[in-house]
Write a protein that binds this ligand. Structure first.
Ligand code: SF4
Length: 368
């Protein structure tokens, strides 16, 4: 289908030229990863930009580059330092994979990121599109990409029916991406098509009048551009509940537990959890080795993952000085806010930030 569309399409013949001309005039040229371009910087930015908007990524990218300016520094850093700089960005497997891949690059590729799509795809967390972006933007190779923005632009311009992640749709979109990517100015083309998707052909409100493709875009001609690509059937998202045990000692330190990896928040530090119906004081004793002197409950709040909602009730517990076995356990630490760099899950960071101001109010005397 894609080949037929390409043969008969006026748009296909002019696609790259129109896109490049548009980008020269209207594209973004001052994003941090567009400066001092290197394979490493493109790689980190591409991983951060997965599922995440440019404006959110910019400060994370800048902090990450200041701390880990090259592959070797990233490979040699403690995992906690990497996760600390990822705190709040979500999808933490991305950070763990980034560091795992950096270590492989140091051990097996003499510290140089491979410059071909096939070898890049053997590294953790790098798929065909990310590899394509690295080869194209950093090395100027004619190397197509197909991230979420590009899928949307191509599905609309060429009226590709079907959900964007269905395998038949993906095959068609990759064929289009392959055919349309030019040999000349491939790096600029790659940035341009991502830019068009991010700033003009947006998911719910495409600005078609500003788009260089609007004369021939098949989705626009159909009268309903947002019908492409087809949406996945909405599934209901399950809800779960838990208690987060905010255990504080007399030194003002909080007990944190390292989450198992892989898993939700894998490798991050979090408050220990108790089941919804578990007695919080008993759980505190079991985990910290100390019975709480005071207990208070905070308001329940919701944290939404891609596949479920988690309703979290923080339970604030104050204990005497920590028991020795806790201090020796690598999985549990007493953490002083503002102290050692740790990767914290977003709800934990939020709770700790709030605790700085309101701990005494939260710790209402329920038990003495
Ligand atoms: S004309 Fe509209 S729907 Fe078509 S590519 Fe441009 S912005 Fe997207």
């Amino acid at each position: 289908v894609a080949t037929e569309k390409l043969q008969h399409s006026v748009l296909a013949a002019h696609f790259a030229a129109r896109l490049l001309a548009w980008h020269d005039q209207h594209g973004r040229h001052d994003l941090p990863w567009q400066q001092q371009i290197s394979a490493y910087r493109v790689w980190v930015s591409e991983i951060m930009l997965q599922q995440t908007q440019v404006s959110t990524v910019i400060p994370y990218f800048q902090r990450f580059m200041a701390r880990f300016p090259d592959v070797a520094t990233l490979a040699g850093a403690p995992e906690d330092d990497v996760l600390h700089l990822w705190t709040g960005l979500g999808y933490y497997a991305r950070a763990r994979n980034l560091q795992a891949a950096a270590r492989i690059v140091v051990q097996q590729h003499r510290g140089e990121l491979p410059a071909d799509v096939e070898t890049l795809c053997t590294l953790p967390g790098i798929g065909r599109s990310t590899a394509g972006a690295i080869c194209s933007i950093a090395h100027g190779q004619r190397s197509p990409i197909l991230d979420g923005n590009v899928k949307r632009v191509l599905a609309r311009c060429f009226a590709v029916a079907g959900a964007a992640n269905a395998s038949s749709t993906l095959r068609e979109l990759w064929t289009l991406a392959e055919a349309l990517t030019p040999a000349e100015r491939s790096a600029t083309y790659t940035q341009a098509i991502m830019d068009l998707g991010a700033t003009v052909c947006t998911r719910s409100r495409p600005a078609c009048t500003l788009c260089p493709m609007h004369i021939d875009c098949l989705a626009l001609r159909s009268g309903n551009p947002t019908a492409f690509p087809a949406r996945k059937a909405r599934r209901s998202v399950p809800e779960r509940r838990c208690q987060m045990l905010v255990i504080r000692n007399r030194a003002g330190e909080f007990l944190l537990e390292k989450r198992p990896s892989p898993g939700i928040w894998g490798g991050l530090w979090s408050f220990p959890e108790a089941a919804e119906d578990e007695d919080a004081a008993t759980a505190c004793d079991r985990i910290s080795g100390s019975a709480p002197q005071r207990i208070g409950r905070g308001p329940t709040f919701r944290h939404t993952f891609s596949h479920f909602h988690l309703d979290i009730t923080p339970v604030h517990l104050e204990v005497e000085a920590p028991a020795t076995h806790v201090m020796e356990d690598q999985r549990l630490i007493w953490y002083k806010p503002g102290g050692k760099n740790l990767g914290l899950s977003a709800p934990v960071k939020r709770l700790i930030d709030r605790l700085g101001q309101t701990n005494d109010e939260l710790l209402k005397d329920e038990r003495t």
